[in-house]
Design a protein around this ligand. Structure first.
Ligand SMILES: [Fe+2]
Length: 367
């Protein structure tokens, strides 16, 4: 779509597009969104124009199209100028409420057999020029990726993670190495016990976006890892259990983490949706669910809905099961894919950490 003509009107500047449609941008909006060097800092891209401290006089002298620079210029009677790029005008030609970015639901999987292109790549492939883009694409489409043939060292794993972005800090520290023989484990993750499908960080307001795990040493039996696509469960429930979908996308469920000197708690729906009712985030951790009580009828419905999600998540046929082993680095989308672990005997040492969600989205936008 390109600009065919413009026409100043009382309400604002009307832009006529070459497809026959038009968009009228209000004068105050044009002032506020001006991208001139004065109004938008050329380096930081931060807004400098302030349309609130003093009410601007939005009478205009003229509005012109600069075809060379692909800008629309508005000259105001107060001698100031606003400048807006064709790209910005085109990207906002239609109005819509900003809403949280939805998960990619065109590739969700109800079993590992439904994954079209299995998300595994070699370490050499990951380290190549286009490796990071491929790695991000796997996570975006399927919710996880395995990098095989990696050196079984914590340094290499940290370097792999930092190729995406800095490692996030959390209650467990930043990038960490741990084993299942701690005297006082802070979490079941640091034991040999089974853990049922869950997402991490239901007790923090901003749950970790990605999680990376690499088993550095393994002298154990059992301890299989399972991954389940929580988005696929949500989409199934949307169709087959619409009332339960509504309950799980509207009731805030508290999660908590309690240790000496620490009491974390956050609340959000199991299925978080945006204004378009698209799924944005799955938050499910039955182990960390905090006490709460609704009216008896609603509590009963909640239990029914939660049970359906829980049982679908624990359905073995929906799970991709594998063994974490030295050389195989797992990264998954903690806002989409649930992870679980069978109990184990013996010794194993793992390393890994978290990435923030916004850093993952940033790389996806730019790469
Ligand atoms: Fe976990």
């Amino acid at each position: 779509m390109s600009i065919q003509s413009i026409r100043p009107e009382n309400e604002g500047l009307n832009i006529f597009w070459d497809d026959g449609s038009s968009s009228c941008f209000p004068w105050l909006w044009i002032r506020d969104h001006s991208e001139s060097k004065v109004d938008l800092h050329p380096d930081s891209k931060q807004r400098q124009i302030d349309v609130f401290s003093e009410t601007p006089d939005n009478s205009i002298n003229k509005a012109i199209i600069d075809q060379n620079k692909k800008n629309v210029m508005v000259k105001w009677v107060d001698q100031s100028e606003s400048c807006i790029s064709f790209d910005l005008l085109e990207s906002l030609a239609s109005t819509s409420s900003p809403s949280a970015q939805a998960l990619a639901n065109d590739s969700c999987w109800n079993s590992s057999h439904e994954i079209k292109e299995f998300p595994e790549m070699s370490f050499d492939d990951f380290m190549s020029d286009h490796g990071l883009k491929k790695w991000l694409g796997h996570i975006h489409r399927n919710g996880f990726v395995l990098v095989s043939g990696a050196p079984a060292s914590s340094d290499t794993t940290q370097e792999l993670m930092e190729r995406m972005a800095y490692v996030r800090n959390s209650i467990f520290g930043g990038f960490s190495v741990w084993d299942n023989k701690l005297d006082n484990p802070d979490d079941t993750a640091f034991t040999s016990l089974a853990i049922e499908p869950h997402t991490d960080g239901t007790y923090v307001h901003d749950a970790p976006g990605l999680q990376t795990l690499h088993c550095l040493q393994k002298d154990s039996v059992g301890g299989e890892s399972q991954l389940v696509d929580g988005l696929a469960i949500a989409e199934k429930m949307r169709v087959e259990y619409p009332d339960y979908f509504k309950i799980l996308s509207s009731i805030n469920i508290p999660g908590r983490y309690i240790k000496d000197g620490i009491y974390l708690e956050a609340k959000r729906p199991l299925i978080r949706v945006n204004d378009n009712n698209e799924v944005v985030q799955i938050s499910f951790n039955n182990h960390d669910r905090a006490p709460f009580r609704l009216d008896n009828d609603l509590m009963s419905q909640f239990y029914e809905a939660y049970k359906v999600f829980h049982n679908l998540a624990n359905d073995k046929s929906r799970q991709f099961q594998f063994i974490l082993e030295p050389g195989k680095v797992l990264t998954f989308d903690n806002w989409r894919v649930l992870h679980a672990r069978s109990s184990l005997t013996g010794y194993r040492q793992l390393c890994g950490g978290y990435h923030n969600r916004e850093d993952f989205e940033s790389k996806l936008r730019l790469i």
